[in-house]
Design a protein. Structure first.
Length: 264
C-alpha cells in the first residue's frame, strides 16, 4: 500500500490536484483555507478583503507586536466591512468548492484550526470521507483521526460578538474526548502534534504551538506505527521516534507541494 499525507494546504489547490497521484489513498490533515497569506499579502481571504498593505501590517504585528495590539488592529480592519461574516462566508465557500474538487484520489480528511468544518458537508463529493474522532481501515491498518487545535488551558471557547468567523479551536476536554474514541490505532492522523517540545516549536515564529498530551498518552499506550500531523509550519524537528511510533510532521504543503508517503 502507498498512502500520501498532506497538511496545511492553505489554498494550494493546484498542488492538491497532484497530491494523490500514484497513491492508493490521500489523507488531508486540515487547514485547507488560505485565510492570511504571510508571504504574498494580497492573497488569501484577508488579502482579498483588505489589500496587501493592511495584511502586511497585520502580519508584522503577529510577528513583532503584542496579542492586544494584533487584536486591536484586526478589529479596526473588520469594522470597515458592512457585513464581515457574509464576506468571509462567501470567500470560504469559494475556496472550499475549488479545494474539494481537487481531491481526486480516494481521500480521508480531517479539519484543521484554519477551517470551518460546518461547511464541509456542502462540498464533500464521492470518494472523500471526513473523519473526526473516528477510526477507519485503509489497506488493513486502522487509521484514527482527530481534527482541530486545542485552546490554551483554562480558555473557554465563546463566540465573540460580531466576529467574522471562528477557527476550529477546541477546549482541551473536547479534543481529548475525540482522542478517547480512538482504539487499536495503527496510524494516528491529527492536525496538531503530540505534546513533544521539539515537534511543537516553530523556529521562524519563535514560539511553541500547543500540542496534545492526550495524543502523547495514546501513542504510549497504543503504540501505533505512525503519528502524522502538521500545524507547525517550521518545526524545530520534523520527526521524533517515541518507542514503537514514528512521529512525523508531514510538512507545510502550501509551500512544498509534496505529500509525505506512507508505505507498507
Amino acid at each position: 500500500m502507498r498512502v500520501h499525507v498532506v497538511s496545511d494546504v492553505h489554498g494550494n489547490a493546484d498542488a492538491l490536484k497532484r497530491a494523490g497521484e500514484g497513491a492508493d489513498a490521500l489523507i488531508v490533515l486540515g487547514d485547507l483555507l488560505d485565510f492570511v497569506d504571510y508571504r504574498e499579502h494580497d492573497k488569501g481571504i484577508m488579502g482579498a478583503l483588505f489589500g496587501a498593505e493592511k495584511v502586511a501590517q497585520f502580519a508584522r504585528l503577529r510577528r513583532e507586536g503584542t496579542r492586544d495590539e494584533t487584536v486591536a488592529y484586526s478589529r479596526t480592519l473588520w469594522a470597515t466591512l458592512d457585513d464581515p461574516a457574509s464576506a468571509v462566508d462567501e470567500a470560504m465557500r469559494e475556496q472550499y468548492a475549488t479545494l474539494f474538487a481537487s481531491m481526486t484520489a480516494p481521500t480521508y480528511a480531517t479539519p484543521g484550526n484554519v477551517d470551518s468544518p460546518a461547511l464541509w458537508p456542502e462540498f464533500v463529493g464521492d470518494g472523500v470521507q471526513v473523519l473526526d474522532g473516528e477510526v477507519t481501515t485503509i489497506g488493513g491498518l486502522r487509521f484514527g483521526f482527530v481534527g482541530g487545535a486545542v485552546l490554551p488551558e483554562g480558555v473557554v471557547p465563546r463566540p465573540r460578538k460580531g466576529a467574522a468567523w471562528r477557527p476550529y479551536l477546541r477546549a482541551r476536554e473536547e479534543f481529548d474526548e475525540g482522542v478517547a474514541k480512538l482504539s487499536e490505532v495503527d496510524v494516528l492522523c491529527t492536525h496538531i502534534p503530540p505534546a513533544v517540545a521539539e515537534l511543537t516549536y516553530d523556529v521562524v515564529a519563535r514560539r511553541a504551538e500547543l500540542g496534545s498530551r492526550a495524543l502523547l498518552e495514546l501513542i504510549r499506550e497504543q503504540r501505533p506505527r505512525w503519528s502524522v500531523f502538521g500545524h507547525v509550519h517550521q518545526p524545530l524537528a520534523s520527526r521524533r521516534r517515541l518507542g514503537h511510533t514514528e512521529c512525523r510532521n508531514v510538512g507545510h504543503f502550501k509551500e512544498t507541494g509534496q505529500p509525505y508517503v506512507l508505505r507498507w
